[in-house]
Design a protein around this ligand. Structure first.
Ligand SMILES: Cc1ncc(COP(=O)(O)O)c(C=O)c1O
Length: 396
């Protein structure tokens, strides 16, 4: 029996292939350095874990309202209102099983066959697949170092069509680490407003931002709020990737629509995780601050090492925990007569020969680049980049 055509529209993740290989090598005792990961190498803060344990002990182990427990939705709304001068209430909030889930729900609730989803590139790899799942067509807006990887009003206008339905915006960005300034964001507002399309702003790295910068949210622009969905979560900020908990803030109509979908699919996010997430929001933020300070140090170390590699260029990221260097100079070169044409082949070679796992830029729509995560110890970051240097200079 054939499967539904949505299955053939989506690709399985190439990164999974590499990460499975990295794990298998490590299990076989190989000294693998893994700089491919998208999760903090820090534990979930103790008080957050304790809140989860307390939730179990106190019997909060049953279904909750499908859009989330009232306390958490209220706390998220309050937080948002304080930060962005908005007046959201609990009904504007949906708690889901991770930011990935709430973005997918947003795409499914707003897009259908024939619609176009605008995606500035390089992008987080799930966005185009989410569009495909909704039977919509991703429209990639290519960005590069020449525009500092930032969308401009002109570029956005150029890619709009009568079929445009949604744009997915991501700042700070995975994979580039770009964080938009307020003015750069503001410049996009008139075009988005005039287009009348939905805007999903993935702000999952909102708290992982460096050099004393503040995160700017699209929620700061009141004129957009009637078509704006902000997605955030706990995975990155509170090292809670495994707890599977995320959120969206949207107009009540859309939040209700997403809640309705959720009620027939996942029901609620884990009750235990919801109580832990509440503790993370309300409790001390020192572990988050310490983690961000450490990430900043590692970014500096990694950037210095990467930019000292011959013919490699890399922009200084303002947020998230990735470098996205341009290694295109090395494509077309060979190792023992085997030509390396793509960054996927390059990453396979680097993993096979030098036991370093990094991610090819092609999976983010950025062929010619690789993504290096610095969510690993300083020693691993140093050793990993040294191996990359060796791998590149071995090519001829
Ligand atoms: C840009 C971006 N959005 C969303 C997510 C998903 O986060 P969550 O673990 O909350 O589903 C990730 C995770 O890697 C991400 O990098």
């Amino acid at each position: 029996m054939p499967f539904a055509d949505r299955i053939s529209r989506i690709q399985s993740s190439l990164t999974l292939e590499l990460s499975a290989k990295a794990k298998a090598l490590a299990k076989a005792g190989e000294p693998v350095i893994n700089l491919s990961v998208g999760e903090p190498d820090f534990p979930t803060p103790e008080h957050v874990c304790q809140a989860g344990i307390d939730a179990i002990r106190e019997g909060y182990t049953k279904y909750t309202a499908s859009s989330g427990i009232p306390e958490l939705r209220a706390a998220v709304a309050e937080n948002f209102n304080q930060m962005w001068g908005a007046d959201y209430g609990p009904q504007n909030i949906v708690i889901g099983c991770g930011a990935k889930h709430t973005i997918a729900n947003t795409v499914l609730a707003t897009c259908q066959r024939g619609d176009e989803v605008l995606i500035p590139s390089p992008y987080w790899l799930s966005y185009p697949e989410m569009a495909h799942l909704a039977h919509a067509d991703p429209v990639i807006i290519p960005l590069g170092p020449e525009d500092d990887f930032k969308l401009t009003p002109e570029l956005l206008k150029k890619h709009l069509s009568p079929r445009s339905r949604l744009i997915i915006f991501n700042s700070p960005s995975n994979p580039t680490g770009v964080a938009y300034g307020l003015e750069e964001m503001g410049a996009l507002i008139p075009v988005i407003k005039e287009s009348g399309i939905w805007l999903a702003s993935d702000e999952i790295y909102s708290k992982i931002i460096y050099d004393g910068r503040t995160h700017h949210s699209l929620a700061a622009f009141p004129e957009l709020r009637e078509r704006l969905v902000v997605v955030d979560g706990w995975s990155k900020s509170y090292a809670m990737t495994g707890w599977r908990i995320g959120l969206l803030v949207a107009p009540i109509s859309l939040a209700t629509a997403v809640g309705k979908m959720q009620s027939h699919t996942t029901s609620n996010a884990s009750s235990i995780s919801q109580y832990a997430a509440l503790a993370a929001l309300r409790g001390p933020q020192d572990e988050l601050n310490a983690m961000v300070a450490e990430f900043q140090q590692r970014r500096d170390i990694a950037l210095e090492l990467v930019t000292s590699l011959a013919n490699v260029h890399c922009r200084k990221p303002e947020g998230a925990f990735y470098l996205f260097p341009d290694v295109s100079w090395y494509l077309g070169k060979s190792w023992q007569g085997n030509k390396i044409e793509t960054t996927l082949e390059l990453c396979r070679y680097v993993l096979d020969r030098f036991k370093l796992a990094i991610v090819p830029g092609s999976v983010f729509g950025g062929e010619g680049f690789v993504r290096i995560s610095y969510a690993a110890s300083r020693e691993e970051v140093r050793e990993g980049i040294a191996r990359l240097g060796e791998a590149l200079t071995t090519l001829e």
